[in-house]
Ligand binder design. Structure first.
Ligand code: GRF
Length: 210
């Protein structure tokens, strides 16, 4: 299921996926690459957690994988190592997919408008951890997910795409997360395709179609 077998490498379409956990967003991207729905190549799957299930899955699927344990390393020094790995694999676009680390300003500056993140809320509502739980606790009636460019602020950069889902009275954090996840799996590949197509411009916080 290695996308590079389905689609030969083409300039500017090499993705680096950074994850820390389960990796269902990575798998959705990999599926879309394999089926030809997303014209891209996964060049590297990286994790700050060597034991991340998503990394094991990527290895199983035959992708290039790497990990560096992140405890006890200064953030900038750590990010320099990650950036070097991504550059070694000639990554054009970095996709955070459940990557549980804030990136340093230096890392973001090294990949200007080339780092995306997916977050399980309609930002700017509920940044940070347990966004679905935060949404329930706040009593919102509509929740969702956001794909955005990454800057040095937590869940902070210009928004590419959002998708909304209803919140039901009997929802738990688990049922709401599952409903949002269905949208995440669709939305992330759509946003990646848009960025790779390049038909957008960023005006302040707004990402506009061109
Ligand atoms: C997703 O909900 C994503 O929005 C958030 O972390 C979760 C990662 O899930 N950033 P998975 O590892 O992709 O399954």
């Amino acid at each position: 299921m290695n996308g590079s077998k389905t689609h030969p490498a083409s300039a500017g379409r090499r993705l680096g996926i950074l994850l820390s956990g389960r990796g269902s967003n990575f798998e959705a991207i990999a599926r879309n690459v394999a089926t030809g729905n997303l014209n891209a190549e996964i060049a590297l799957v990286f994790s700050n957690r060597p034991s991340a299930p998503g990394l094991a899955r990527a290895r199983e699927l035959g992708f290039a994988v790497a990990s560096i344990e992140s405890s006890n390393i200064d953030r900038e020094a750590y990010d320099r190592q990650v950036a070097a790995l991504l550059e070694e694999h000639a990554v054009d676009l970095v996709c955070l997919a459940g990557y549980m680390r804030l990136l340093s300003g230096a890392f973001v500056a090294r990949f200007p408008q080339r780092v995306l993140n997916i977050h399980p809320s309609l930002l700017p509502a509920f940044p940070g951890l347990d966004a679905q739980y935060q949404a329930l606790a706040h009593g919102v009636k509509v929740a969702g997910c956001t794909v955005h460019f990454v800057d040095e602020h937590l869940d902070g950069g210009p928004i590419l795409l959002q998708a909304a889902v209803p919140v039901h009275d009997d929802d738990t954090a688990e049922t709401l997360s599952a409903r949002i996840l269905v949208e995440e799996h669709r939305l992330y590949s759509e946003a990646i395709a848009w960025v790779l197509a390049g038909n957008y411009r960023v005006e302040g916080r707004r990402v506009l179609k061109t």
